[in-house]
Design a protein around this ligand. Structure first.
Ligand SMILES: [Zn+2]
Length: 322
C-alpha cells in the first residue's frame, strides 16, 4: 500500500474509532494518534504511519505551530533535557520492542529524574506525560525498569552527545518557551536587575557610585563584600562625618582638612591626596597593585576584588573618622 493511501486509511480509521465529533476527538494530539496505533494494536495495518509518527514525535525540531508540545531552550536545566530524552526513549519502546511481555531496562544518570518518577513528584508537564506514557506501556504489558547509573560526564561519547544536544538547543528552540520552575528565580532576578539599571541610569540625581561601578548592575554581584563595613557607606556615597559636610551644619567647624590643614576635607581628598597619610597610602596602594596589577588612580581600581576593597577600608579607617 502506498503511503498516501495508508495515511488516508488511518485518518478514516481514527475518525470512526475515536468517538468522532466528541470533544476528545477534536483535541487529539500527535501523541494521541500514536497511542491509538498501540492501544488498538493496529501496527501491522499502519506500519508507515507508525514509523512516521514515531520519527516526528522523536524529532527535536519544531517548524510549525503545534508540532511539539515540548521545547528546550537556553535556560533549560539539565534535568529538563534528561526528562525530554527519557520521554523520547519511552515513546519509541513499542516500535523497538514489538514482542509482548518484554523486560525493558532504562538507564539514566539523572538521580532527580528517577526520584521524581519513583515518588510521583510530577511538577513539570513533561514528567506528567512520562508518567502517563509509562502507565500506558504497563497496561500494554511492557515491563519497564528504570535504573540510575553514576554520572558519566567524562566519557568522550557522552560529552560528544551533550555537545550536540547543546548545539541543537541553541539552534532550534526560541527562548519564549516553557521555563522550568527552578529557573524562574534566576529569570526574575535578572530582569529585576535590568529594570533597576534602566531606572537608575534614567534618574537625574548625582551618581557618585558609578565612579566605582561604571556598570551599575555589577553592584549586585559585589554586594556581599562591599557593604559589610560602616566605612563603605562613607566611601561609596561620599557622605558622612567629614568636615566638608559637618561644617555646613556647624558654623564653628572649619571645612578645611583636620589632618593636613590645607584643602577642604572630602572623602576623595582623604583617599587620594591628603599629604598627612602619604606613606600609609603609598603602602596600601602598592598592596592593591600587587593584587590587581594596577596602582589605584580612580575609584573603580579599588573594586578589583574583596581584598583590594578591604585594603582601602583599612587605609581609611586609619583616619579614625567613623
Ligand atoms: Zn588633608
Amino acid at each position: 500500500m502506498n503511503l498516501v493511501r495508508e495515511v488516508k486509511h488511518f485518518h478514516q480509521y481514527v475518525r470512526h474509532s475515536q468517538a468522532y465529533g466528541s470533544a476528545e476527538h477534536d483535541s487529539l494530539t500527535h501523541q494521541d494518534l500514536y497511542r491509538v496505533i498501540f492501544n488498538d494494536r493496529v501496527q501491522s495495518a499502519f506500519p508507515n504511519v507508525e514509523a512516521i509518527l514515531r520519527l516526528f514525535l522523536s524529532m527535536m525540531v519544531a517548524n510549525c505551530s503545534g508540532a511539539m508540545q515540548y521545547s528546550i531552550n537556553n535556560q533549560s536545566s539539565i534535568f529538563y533535557a534528561e526528562a525530554f530524552a527519557f520521554f523520547s526513549a519511552i515513546l519509541a519502546i513499542p516500535s523497538i520492542c514489538p514482542n509482548l511481555n518484554p523486560n525493558i531496562y532504562i538507564f539514566t544518570d539523572n538521580l532527580a529524574l528517577v526520584h521524581s518518577l519513583q515518588e510521583v513528584k510530577l511538577n513539570l508537564p513533561i514528567l506528567l506525560d512520562i508518567y502517563r506514557t509509562l502507565i500506558l506501556l504497563k497496561k500494554n504489558k511492557f515491563h519497564i525498569s528504570i535504573f540510575w547509573i553514576k554520572s558519566h560526564s567524562d566519557s568522550f561519547g557522552n560529552n560528544f552527545v551533550d555537545h550536540l544536544a547543546k548545539e541543537a538547543t541553541k539552534k532550534y528552540f526560541p527562548s519564549q518557551h516553557f521555563h522550568p520552575a527552578q529557573n524562574l528565580k534566576h529569570i526574575i532576578l535578572k530582569s529585576s536587575i535590568k529594570e533597576f539599571s534602566l531606572i537608575y541610569n534614567a534618574s537625574n540625581h548625582r551618581k557618585r557610585i558609578l565612579k566605582f561601578f561604571p556598570n551599575i548592575s555589577s553592584i549586585f554581584t559585589a554586594r556581599k563584600f562591599f557593604f559589610s563595613n560602616p566605612l563603605a557607606g562613607l566611601i561609596l556615597s561620599g557622605h558622612g562625618p567629614i568636615r566638608y559636610h559637618t561644617s555646613k551644619f556647624d558654623s564653628t567647624t572649619s571645612s578645611v582638612c583636620r589632618f593636613c590643614d590645607q584643602v577642604p576635607e572630602s572623602i576623595d581628598h582623604l583617599i587620594f591626596t591628603c599629604p598627612s597619610r602619604d606613606f600609609t597610602r603609598y603602602m596600601a596602594f602598592m598592596e592593591i597593585e600587587s593584587i590587581s596589577g594596577r596602582f589605584p588612580s580612580s575609584h573603580c581600581d579599588f573594586i578589583f576584588n574583596e581584598f583590594t576593597w578591604n585594603i582601602l577600608i583599612k587605609f581609611i579607617s586609619n583616619f579614625k573618622i567613623v
